[in-house]
Design a protein around this ligand. Structure first.
Ligand SMILES: Cc1cc2nc3c(=O)[nH]c(=O)nc-3n(C[C@H](O)[C@H](O)[C@H](O)COP(=O)(O)O)c2cc1C
Length: 211
């Protein structure tokens, strides 16, 4: 079937204001659990958009590693393109696509670096090979070939042989503090349900949006 003609009817029960928790983080975690139960692939994957150094938007997938009242946390290399962009403009948007459930959650907000303690704790929980990989990969920089990356990996493995691996100073978390979060539920005939939460002082307002 051509891309143009591909059409899926979203026969879901829908979403009404009464179904929503007043706190969007609680609502997010409820949907996240349902995505896990439905065995959605990588339910914590989110497409992260940042503002490029040249002003162009830039997007890529990262894995959310914590979602609570403080925000949405992901981990990365602090010298990477995305981190340089966030250092220059600490603003981001992110989208979770749980397509098997016909659901999307998008959020926008300001971004700050996670605390050293939080990054240390998360780094310590990673498998050893991933820890070595964090040291080895100068993320977002040009490589001559795969062998160059393998050589960096071998060098990092030798350096930390039989030792506990500390968190690289150039690796850690970023936390997106949302000021808006939208929940989207697919419905028949493209008449989807959309609810947008906006931060108003210490609370959240909720508005139904036209699909
Ligand atoms: C499913 C998936 C999960 C990913 N998770 C992460 C992640 O948590 N952290 C990360 O730095 N890159 C992650 N990546 C790789 C990024 O998409 C991206 O290639 C990398 O971070 C470099 O991006 P940048 O050059 O814009 O900084 C993931 C990619 C995919 C497809």
């Amino acid at each position: 079937m051509s891309i143009r003609d591909r059409r899926l009817q979203y026969e879901t029960a829908g979403l009404d204001i009464g179904d929503l928790h007043p706190d969007p983080i609680v609502q997010f975690n409820k949907w996240y659990e349902q995505a896990e139960e439905a065995k959605v692939a990588e339910p914590n994957a989110m497409t992260l958009s940042t503002i490029g150094l040249d002003g162009m938007p830039d997007s890529r997938i990262v894995l959310a590693r914590g979602v609570d009242a403080n925000g949405f946390i992901f981990y990365t290399n602090y010298n990477s393109a995305k981190s340089q962009q966030l250092q220059q403009k600490p603003l981001a948007s992110a989208v979770f696509a749980w397509l098997d459930l016909h659901r999307q959650v998008r959020l926008r907000g300001s971004v700050h670096a996670a605390s050293d303690q939080q990054s240390d704790e998360y780094f310590a929980s990673r498998p050893r090979e991933s820890q070595i990989g964090a040291w080895a990969s100068p993320q977002s920089t040009a490589l001559i070939d795969r062998a160059a990356l393998d050589a960096l990996m071998a060098e990092a493995s030798r350096r930390f042989e039989a030792q506990q691996i500390p968190r690289p100073p150039f690796w850690g978390g970023w936390c997106i503090v949302p000021d808006s979060i939208e929940f989207w539920q697919g419905r028949p005939n493209r008449l989807h349900d959309r609810f947008s939460y906006r931060r108003v002082a210490q609370n959240w307002s909720i508005t139904r949006l036209s699909p």
